[in-house]
Write a protein that binds this ligand. Structure first.
Ligand code: XUL
Ligand code: MN
Length: 343
């Protein structure tokens, strides 16, 4: 029975002022140092970053080094680590029509340069993990880009980054839609398939976000198991999602406790975390959350993970095998549901 300690992370964007596309912010912005201090206090071990969460994308190299060192020092002071750096290829005017799948070669070049810079920042922050969420690598209409070309461009992009730094790991975080109507490579299995076509498949993996998998109509725990079978589950973004709508990023287990249980079960059963992988949460506070409760969704999600871990570790595996052998799936269902009800 695996019995290791998990390490938890979240991004600074998960502690936010509550603005949404339909209304302004409703809470005060919280200073980065306070975010780190509070994350530490509620049992977190690390921070996830976009490149420009560390330092402005417009900063020159010297300023980038200086600011990254300051941010790293804050982490060091609190005994925290940087889990990954994600190049933000979806806000800049040059990425309106995407980064590496942009039809304009100058814009594709921007995406490459910005991603190389994200690798530089990762090195300054002491991590080898680059997370690529291909936000705008898709289309609003099918005819806008050529899909075969887009597939090749994804592999070319990954190869360029693998070649730029011989130790960096390129970790795709797939999402089927939003902001685009349809994303290229909508699932983790797509990215894993691309990985095998790159110059160094062992350095290409995935970050599986529960809500993204649900939006693709699939099951997060099965997706995680598939990626682990390939030794490619290097990050997770645990959260929850109520049906097929916008990406809600709800607290882990808040919608479907059984699906959350199954994610924890599969992660724990197959030793996720034993090679340094961390349990990342990507969770938005509800807009209705008060200032004082700005961290509650992250605190709660970690607690829910640990409570589910206790349930998972109390599962009687011999019983499970017996239910399976006798095809008593009704009995199995009652056993699991009763476990989740604390019986
Ligand atoms: C978007 C999303 C991103 C990535 C990091 O849906 O999940 O925040 O996790 O870029
Ligand atoms: Mn995410």
């Amino acid at each position: 029975m695996p019995n290791h300690q998990y390490k938890y992370t979240a991004g600074p964007w998960n502690i936010h002022a509550g603005g949404d596309p339909f209304g302004p912010t409703v809470r005060q912005e919280i200073d980065f140092v306070e975010k780190v201090a509070k994350l530490k206090e509620i049992g977190y071990h690390g921070v996830q970053f976009h490149d420009d969460d560390v330092v402005s994308a417009e900063a020159d190299f010297g300023t980038t080094q200086k600011v990254a060192a300051q941010v790293k020092k804050v982490l060091d002071d609190y005994g925290m680590v940087a889990e990954f750096i994600a190049p933000r290829l979806w806000e800049h005017p040059n990425t309106i029509d995407g980064g590496y799948t942009n039809n304009d070669p100058k814009m594709r070049e921007y995406a490459i340069e910005r991603s190389k810079r994200a690798i530089d920042i990762a090195n300054m922050m002491g991590t080898k993990n680059i997370v690529v969420w291909p936000a705008r690598e898709g289309t609003y209409m099918r005819e806008a880009k050529d899909p075969m070309t887009a597939t090749q461009r994804a592999v070319d992009y990954i190869n360029t980054l693998l070649d730029y730094d011989k130790e960096v790991r390129i970790i795709g975080e797939m999402k089927p839609n939003e902001p685009m109507d349809v994303a290229y490579n909508p699932t983790n299995a797509h990215w894993i398939a691309l990985a095998y076509k790159t110059i160094d498949p062992d350095r290409v993996g995935v970050n599986i976000e529960s809500a993204h998998v649900i939006l693709a109509g699939m099951d997060p725990s099965d997706e995680m198991a598939f990626a682990m079978w390939h030794n490619k589950l290097w990050c997770v973004h645990l959260n929850d999602q109520n049906g097929l709508k916008f990406d809600e990023d709800k607290a882990f287990g808040a919608v479907n406790l059984r699906a959350a249980f199954n994610q924890v079960w599969v992660l724990d059963r197959y030793g996720y975390g034993k090679n340094g992988e961390m349990v990342g949460f990507d969770i938005k506070a509800l807009r209705t959350t008060t200032q004082e409760k700005s961290f509650a969704h992250l605190d709660n999600s970690r607690r829910i993970f640990e409570d589910l871990l206790a349930v998972v570790r109390s599962v009687d595996n011999a019983k499970i095998e017996e239910f399976r052998a006798t095809r008593d799936y009704e009995g199995l269902e009652l056993y699991i549901v009763q476990k989740l009800m604390g019986k």
